[in-house]
Design a protein around this ligand. Structure first.
Ligand code: TA6
Length: 293
């Protein structure tokens, strides 16, 4: 199965039509195509803003940015000098080769380790490996975090910031009912830090939504009249649902006008609290995104 790697991008092509494109910058998947119904031509499943920077000058507004070692504004002392969502999404990763290439699918590995730019802001010892696997009806991403220090724990957050290309007025996400969540659209720090309980069977994003669900089930359905995606995860204990709508989206410089009408972010991760990884240990967070025909 053809894998092309040039100009800082890896293109995966499945023999039955699906494809994926991964930038070395941020290990950001910027395209994933698959049929929306049996026999249909592959269509784009990810949203990337028309105003997104794709030249490595800033994190991509869309696709699947890799968030590491902190989610949101840094709160841990180790992350004090980092920007929002950490450095995973704004560093150039290394193409570390092909893991699998057969009729069932194709898999590539990207790696990231400390460099002078990172070390100037983050002094912990780590190694990241990100394995992207394209199958006929699935896209899988596994993030391997290794603590390469001799005697120090590594405390981190990690999240896959999926932007799914769907009509935001018709899409819903579940099951999230009865979960505690934190509403980042609230006006005060106190309100944003106060847990709410989700009462809806299905969560929509018709209004500005920025919800961090704590200890979520790890299996999510994203449905809309024309389609259905399922996400199955391992070791990502939380999930974020976000759509800025015009209220917040119109203030995001690299968000195309009306872009909020065309996506929902459903983001498995460790978004609250920190994973504590012992010296020499490896943690793996996995998501498998499946197209339900
Ligand atoms: O995952 C949701 C979120 O944390 C929102 O609060 C919003 O900030 C979004 O991420 C995008 O963040 P960015 O740094 O890419 O603008």
């Amino acid at each position: 199965m053809p894998i092309k790697h040039d100009l800082g991008k890896i293109v995966l092509q499945h023999p039955k039509g699906p494809s994926a494109e991964v930038l070395l910058y941020g290990a950001t998947i910027v395209s994933w195509t698959s049929p929306i119904s049996a026999g249909a031509q592959p269509t784009e499943r990810l949203f990337v803003s028309a105003k997104a920077a794709l030249d490595g000058t800033k994190p991509v507004r869309g696709g699947i940015p890799v968030v590491f070692p902190c989610f949101g504004a840094p709160t841990h002392p180790d992350h004090a000098k980092l920007s929002q969502h950490g450095f995973g999404r704004n560093q150039v990763w290394k193409f570390d080769g092909v893991v699998l290439d057969n009729q069932a699918g194709v898999s590539v590995r990207l790696t990231l380790e400390p460099n002078p730019e990172i070390s100037a802001k983050y002094t912990k010892a780590f190694h990241l490996a990100y394995v992207v696997t394209l199958a006929e009806h699935q896209l899988s991403t596994d993030l391997h975090v290794t603590n390469t220090s001799v005697g120090e724990d590594l405390e981190f957050q990690a999240l896959l910031h999926n932007y799914f290309h769907v009509p935001s007025k018709d899409v819903s996400v579940g099951p999230l009912k009865n979960l505690n969540y934190y509403d980042k659209t609230e006006a005060t720090d106190e309100a944003r830090a106060t847990a709410k309980v989700e009462s809806r069977d299905r969560v929509d994003v018709k209004a500005y939504t920025d919800s961090v669900y704590d200890s979520a089930p790890g299996e999510y359905d994203i449905t809309w009249p024309a389609g259905h995606l399922h996400i199955s995860t391992k070791n990502f204990k939380d999930v974020v649902v976000w759509n800025p709508q015009a209220e917040a989206g119109s203030k995001i410089g690299d968000m195309e006008a009306g872009g909020w009408d065309s996506f929902v972010c459903v983001e498995p991760g460790i978004a609250r609290g920190f994973e504590i990884l012992g010296a020499g240990k490896t943690w793996v967070g996995q998501q498998v995104i499946s197209v339900k025909l």
